[in-house]
Design a protein. Structure first.
Length: 61
């Protein structure tokens, strides 16, 4: 089995890994942050007693 290393777990890295795994490759993803998604960031705010989750960053067309 061929092995591939992908640097970065942003959208493109994750999609590439998915395609490669489906083709039978052994894929390892290396990410420097503690989370995946690259420029797509999830956050939340608290307003009064209500927590609101939202995402911002990269836009997918």
């Amino acid at each position: 089995m061929k092995k591939i290393v992908i640097v970065g777990s942003g959208i493109n890295g994750l999609v590439a890994a998915n395609y490669l795994v489906k083709e039978g490759y052994d894929v390892t993803i290396i990410e420097k942050k503690d989370s995946t998604g690259g420029a797509c960031i999830k956050d939340s705010i608290q307003i009064e007693n209500k927590k609101i989750d939202f995402a911002y960053g990269a836009t997918v067309l």
